[in-house]
Design a protein around this ligand. Structure first.
Ligand code: GAL
Ligand code: CA
Length: 338
């Protein structure tokens, strides 16, 4: 159901973007530059989101896009913002490296009157309130955790074999994203709270930070396996890449299928969806990059043309949140794969 709603929104957004283009093109002879900087393009979800943004903006002929990779350095990103403003970008899309430190970027943009759309890494509210030409496009972290918890609770209820030692409790571990990221701690908390509210008895064995990264997750999971051997029944990962890293770690053991836990992720990246389709990843939660990039594109259009702002469903005037969606083996074919 959710998917159809998302699709319909995307189609509506597309139609809106096409409408009225002719007029504007004459108005603005030449190119409108949009600058994009990402926190780290080696991040699987971010690189897929960027591809999507490029495709979406490529449909708008008057726009040309400049993309930079901050490769994990806030200083580099500050410089990139400065350069892109000097190069004449009219709007910037910023995926902050340090979501708690956007003031340098905000001051610069404000001085040159260049609006900023922050995306995926949410600045704190006080920062966004500094100027009314700052926006955020993303998703509600809590919803992703709640959905992950519901998916896990459904499976645990339907398959008693998950509680392998039959002690009435689910022994679990957590693989967490970057410390300080809105999608890490909140996803974990809301997933665990949801499982408890659904009546699942839990026993937390351990948790490890793996910074969204598959190789780091494999490493951390290997350590946890050596400590807990076959006791782990459930792995909750804040994203698909870390769930896959955990599965890689089990791939290196000689445990049989009945000794391996169930894994849950978030994102629905290409590899994540594939793992769900193959039944290796129990389920994931779709981080709607198509919806997010359509919303960014609509917002860019509205900023450039001065029209259509009222069509966007802002929260607190500056925030656009797109809903997540549950992905299981049953509905995985409805989700876009590369
Ligand atoms: C999250 C996503 C992670 C990672 C992170 C980067 O929304 O689930 O996989 O890409 O954003 O900020
Ligand atoms: Ca158990």
């Amino acid at each position: 159901m959710g998917k159809y709603r998302v699709r319909a929104l995307a189609i509506a957004a597309g139609a809106l973007l096409l409408g009225g283009c002719g007029e504007r093109k004459q108005e603005m002879a030449g190119n409108v530059r949009v600058g994009v900087t990402c926190y780290d393009l080696s991040d699987t979800f971010i690189s897929e989101l960027l591809d999507c943004l490029r495709d979406t903006l490529a449909r708008q002929e008057e726009i040309s896009v400049t993309v930079r990779d901050a490769a994990g350095s806030q200083r580099t990103q500050d410089d990139q913002v400065e350069e892109m403003i000097e190069e004449g970008c009219r709007v910037l899309c910023v995926n902050l490296v340090d979501r708690a430190d956007p003031s340098g970027i905000i001051d610069l943009a404000r001085k040159h009157n260049v609006p900023i759309i922050f995306f995926n890494r949410e600045p704190v509210a006080e920062d966004l309130k500094q100027w009314d030409q700052l926006y955020y496009v993303g998703a509600d972290a809590k919803q992703s955790g709640t959905m992950q918890g519901e998916l896990a609770a459904d499976l645990i209820r339907s398959d008693p074999a998950i509680d392998r030692n039959r002690d009435g409790k689910i022994q679990y571990v957590v693989l967490e994203g970057e410390p300080g990221h809105q999608d890490a701690i909140i996803r974990t908390e809301s997933a665990v709270d949801t499982l408890k509210n659904e009546g699942v008895e839990l026993e937390k064995l351990s948790w490890q930070i793996a910074n969204w990264n598959r190789a780091q997750a494999q490493n951390r999971m290997t350590q946890m396996i050596s400590q807990y051997q076959t006791q782990i029944e459930l792995v909750l990962a804040n994203n698909d890449d870390m769930a896959l890293g955990a599965m890689d770690a089990y791939g290196k053991t000689n445990y049989t299928e009945s000794e391996i836990p169930v894994f849950f992720g978030v994102d629905g990246t290409s590899v994540g969806l594939e793992a769900v389709a193959e039944g290796r990843l129990a389920a994931t939660v779709y981080n709607d990059k198509e919806g997010q990039t359509e919303a960014m594109a609509k917002l860019i259009q509205a900023i450039i043309s001065g029209q259509g702002m009222e069509e966007l469903s802002f929260q607190d005037d500056q925030y656009l949140y797109l809903p997540y969606d549950k992905v299981t083996k049953e509905n995985v074919s409805l989700f876009p794969k590369k």
